[in-house]
Design a protein around this ligand. Structure first.
Ligand SMILES: [Mg+2]
Length: 320
């Protein structure tokens, strides 16, 4: 796509002249040292790469920008993300370039410095989530349980006793879980209500990007547990400002010198705007151009791009 039509500032008409678009893009990126990229709907959709994503990331890095991949998907560890970035898009990265909500949740829990329960060596965590979440929690010294509670295992109404709960559990961490079940829901609620476990959610995304059908996200499961236990979780991923604090400390760049690029208004754009970062919405994910135009307040992006691929042409034009 030519730079002439690549950038559409939502504060202007889409028919503004090309020179205005490039100038808008240049001023948006000026003073930015790090570009934080959401993954699903931005650089890939599921396991299909967004065309031009690799070239765009190469161009950002060539322009001296630190690129960080920031995903609310809690099912993968950072190490798994590094492999997927290479496999799906051909992007080279290290774990230090990846900030997943599973890592963020483990870091948030670690920051609480909980002491192990009496008679236990480690802080126990009941996990409603998949292997990547267990992996990140274990990497930060937690003992995790819950992986055997899904798979169609029924909740034992007749035999359940609060005394049967694991006495070492001090937290419940919840992410996306394709084995989410009534059994996991009842056990997690019991740990929160009766064992006074801390409640941390990786994210509250309602859906995943999908065309033609609906894929409920982790937020739908958080809604079930929040309702079931009557306690609000602390959210570790986007749009929580806690995640920006973690990223800023991790890469040594303050939020004011970061730009957040994403496809979702109520997570990516709200996250960037509420933490003082620049924001760009791409239209390759869950948000339509009409929704972008109608966006307001903290969910209104600074600029809108049809695709991350447009960054390549805009960077080239801006440097001429
Ligand atoms: Mg996304």
């Amino acid at each position: 796509m030519a730079a002439a039509t690549a950038a559409r500032s939502v504060r202007r008409s889409a028919t503004r002249l090309a020179s205005s678009d490039v100038a808008t893009f240049r001023s948006w990126l000026d003073g930015v040292d790090a570009v934080l990229l959401d993954c699903d709907g931005v650089i890939w959709r599921g396991t299909t790469p967004i065309p031009g994503a690799l070239a765009a990331i190469d161009a950002l890095r060539a322009a001296g920008k630190r690129v960080v991949f920031v995903s609310n998907n809690s099912t993968k560890s950072r190490a798994t993300y590094v492999g997927k970035l290479k496999r799906v898009c051909g992007i080279e990265s290290t774990v230090d370039d990846v900030m997943s909500s599973a890592f963020a949740a483990a870091s948030l829990l670690a920051s609480k410095k909980l002491a192990p329960a009496e008679g236990h060596d480690q802080v126990g965590v009941f996990v409603v989530g998949e292997s990547g979440l267990h992996e990140e929690l274990r990497a930060q010294g937690f003992r995790t349980i819950g992986q055997d509670e899904g798979g169609g295992k029924p909740f034992d109404f007749a035999g359940f006793d609060v005394a049967s709960l694991d006495g070492g559990v001090r937290a419940v961490v919840q992410g996306f879980d394709t084995e989410f079940s009534y059994n996991k829901l009842a056990l997690a609620a019991s740990y929160i209500r009766y064992a006074r476990a801390e409640y941390v959610a990786t994210n509250t995304d309602e859906t995943f990007p999908a065309h033609g059908f609906v894929v409920p996200g982790g937020g739908s499961m958080v809604a079930a547990l929040r309702t079931g236990c009557g306690v609000e979780p602390e959210v570790a991923g986007k749009p929580s400002p806690r995640l920006m604090d973690l990223i800023a400390a991790h890469i040594g760049v303050p939020a004011s010198r970061c730009a957040m690029v994403g496809d979702r208004l109520n997570t990516d754009i709200r996250f960037g705007n509420s933490t003082g970062a620049q924001t760009a919405l791409v239209l390759t994910g869950v948000t339509t151009a009409a929704q972008a135009e109608a966006s307001k307040g903290p969910e209104r992006p600074d600029i809108v791009l049809d695709s991350i691929a447009d960054v390549t042409a805009l960077l080239a034009a801006a440097s001429e």
